[in-house]
Design a binder for this molecule. Structure first.
Ligand code: PLP
Length: 375
């Protein structure tokens, strides 16, 4: 009996995106291998964080690195470090932030998204610059900076069109000596994002280990300036404190290391060629079955450099098709504004993409839709 049967689970192929709720990625063999290997013995976790961080920093051209329990936990940890200043007693009192001299962090209101709660979980007071859905000027952002400001958080994807650029925010923050933390959780590929934002001057940047990197689902990657990472090593799990409940296992550290090593060893050209080959399969099928406005988009649903195919099915609504496919074992995206189906193969292997296309074709035929040539 398979684990799917034992636990009464319906499996599906993920051609939507790296969304955590769908299990994001499947880990490649080298990641499992590293996890199995480390699992067979005991190591000192604190020492492992340090040496894994050093290796991750080298791989990503950063000063220092830290493995967190997912990107959401990385937000909590970064905020906790910012408001406590890395001072032990102040940190241990969190989420009570009454001892913090600077207990506020600035979030750009147009970037407001559910992950902001993970920042607030540290005990930091969220200070919103501007208003959601409205254009935010750099002057308005500057007006939000006070002597209580411990950091500015910047999300790469959310609300991008309404916000000052990261360059402008970094320039402003430097003038006020305020650190900037960048959430780029789902912004891979390209691999260069692992060093781009910190290279621009961000103090720290964080990524989800289980999304584009295809590492363990419960891992996150924090990259950047050494002084922040040193405080995380001294105060983060397995030490007691606000992050004790989000411990990082040796399997997660070893798995994330193997995943990052694999991710950066692939050239961007190779990666794009493989992604495009997968897209081509879906594109051919959608054209053959009379989808309207079939097109290749160079970006994934959250703006990562990962191509996908969009098109509106003829003879069935996109929403109904998405629902039926989910029952068939294939998850695709659906764009409400256009009625398009989005087929995004970032998470699939070539073989899984072929299987996904088979499922799509079978469903289209079951809906009475025939390819042009057979008509
Ligand atoms: C997915 C995501 C997170 C959380 O990532 P986990 O690794 O699932 O904790 C945080 N921020 C953004 C912008 C994300 O897309």
């Amino acid at each position: 009996m398979s684990i799917f049967e034992e636990l009464n689970l319906r499996r599906f192929l993920n051609a939507e995106d790296t969304f955590t709720a769908n299990g994001a990625s499947c880990m490649p063999e080298e990641v499992y291998r590293a996890m199995r290997e480390i699992s067979g013995a005991w190591v000192d976790l604190e020492q492992m964080q340090r040496s894994t961080g050093e290796a991750l920093a080298r791989l990503t051209h950063n000063e220092a690195a830290y493995v967190s329990a997912g990107a959401a936990n990385a937000l909590t940890l970064c905020a906790a470090m910012a408001i406590s200043g890395g001072e032990r007693e102040t940190f241990l009192a969190l989420p009570d932030s009454s001892r913090c001299e600077q207990d506020q962090v600035i979030v750009l209101a147009p970037q407001k998204n559910p992950y902001c709660r993970s920042i607030a979980a540290s005990g930091a007071k969220l200070c919103w610059a501007g208003a959601p859905g409205e254009y935010l000027t750099i002057g308005e952002l500057e007006a939000a900076v006070t002597e209580k400001t411990a950091a500015i958080f910047y999300f790469i994807y959310h609300g991008a069109a309404l916000c000052p650029s990261l360059e402008a925010v970094l320039e402003l923050a430097a003038r006020h000596a305020v650190p900037v933390f960048v959430d780029a959780a789902a912004q891979l590929p390209p691999a260069e994002n692992l060093w781009k934002y910190t290279g621009m001057g961000a103090d720290l940047v964080l990524f989800s280990g289980g999304k584009g990197l295809a590492g363990p689902q419960d891992s996150g990657l924090i990259l950047g300036k050494r002084r922040w990472i040193e405080n995380m090593l001294a105060l983060g799990a397995p030490h007691e404190g606000i992050c004790r409940g989000s411990k990082v296992t040796r399997e997660a550290m070893a798995g994330l290391y193997a995943a990052v090593k694999r991710f950066v060893s692939c050239s961007e050209q190779e990666r794009q060629e493989e992604l495009l080959a997968k897209c081509a399969q879906a594109q051919e099928l959608m054209i053959r079955f009379g989808f309207l406005n079939v097109r290749l988009e160079p970006f994934g649903p959250v703006g990562q450099s990962s191509p996908r195919v969009l098109g509106r099915p003829a003879g069935v609504s996109g929403q109904a098709l998405r629902k039926a496919l989910r029952e068939d074992g294939l998850l695709v995206g659906w764009e409400e504004a256009t009625g398009d189906i989005s087929f995004h193969p970032q998470m699939l292997t070539l073989e899984q993409t072929r299987e996904a296309c088979r499922i799509l074709e079978t469903r289209l035929r079951a809906e009475g839709i025939r390819p042009a040539k057979e008509e």
